[in-house]
Design a protein around this ligand. Structure first.
Ligand code: CA
Length: 239
């Protein structure tokens, strides 16, 4: 059973771009997304995928990692250059390196082939709900963690004044932890609150995002509480 696509009830149609060179997969994914009420466009290689995203400005991109022309990592960099569009990456192998590299360039989630359409739809819904929740949310304060400043209104992050690029999910993860200074959040809580769902591979997904956040913002920004979860110790709202 799947829930209604986010905003379907409000009559707003969301657009998803599927960039995948394996036609049967691309068409199956597109057909399932259309049956859920999404507008879907397909591209079969990297360069045409980038061009398609420039043209239709999708609400979400389902992106195959291994593509002719430009691979999924390059495509991800291009389409997120000027705008934080959620990306669900499809990988052929369950390799840790694929996972880490994919997440480091800005994919918000990934799935290993073969995957179930039901799971794909659940993740698409969750990514869109999260993106829309952050876009619709009331203006929230700027939060400072040491030299790092998070502005939840513009979703910009600065270290000592210099802009740093975080993916949408990295931003939400830091912002969630910073909103509860000193409190330890379990991986399950983070999956439920930040991603919006729980999956068997979930703990690994949280860990790899935390690693990327530490690489971008400094290793001391998030504390690991072994066997429990993660915490940000000191965070001050600033006006
Ligand atoms: Ca492929």
């Amino acid at each position: 059973m799947t829930s209604l696509a986010p905003r379907a009830r409000e009559g707003l149609v969301r657009t998803v771009v599927v960039i995948e060179d394996e036609q049967p997969i691309a068409h199956a994914v597109a057909a399932r997304l259309r049956s859920e009420g999404y507008e879907v466009e397909i591209a079969a290689d990297g360069p045409s995928g980038v061009a398609l995203c420039d043209r239709v400005r999708p609400d979400l991109v389902v992106l195959d990692l291994m593509l002719p022309g430009l691979d999924g990592l390059e495509v991800c960099r291009h389409i997120q250059r000027d705008r934080a569009v959620p990306v669900l990456m499809l990988t052929a192998r369950d390799g840790e390196s694929d996972l880490l590299v994919g997440l480091a360039v800005g994919a918000d989630d990934y799935m290993t082939k073969p995957f179930s359409m039901r799971e794909l739809i659940a993740r698409v819904h969750a990514l869109l709900r999260r993106a829309e929740r952050s876009a619709d949310g009331p203006a929230k304060p700027v939060v400072r963690i040491g030299g790092v400043e998070l502005d939840a209104t513009t979703r910009r992050v600065r270290i000592d004044g210099d802009l740093v690029h975080l993916t949408p999910i990295e931003f939400d993860l830091v912002h969630y932890l910073a909103g509860r200074p000193g409190r330890v959040s379990t991986r399950e809580e983070l999956l439920a609150q930040v991603w919006g769902y729980d999956v068997p591979s979930g703990a690994r997904t949280v860990d790899s995002h935390i690693r990327t956040i530490r690489r971008k913002l400094g290793s001391s920004i998030v504390r690991t509480v072994h066997g429990v979860g993660y915490a940000i110790e000191e965070a001050q709202p600033c006006t």
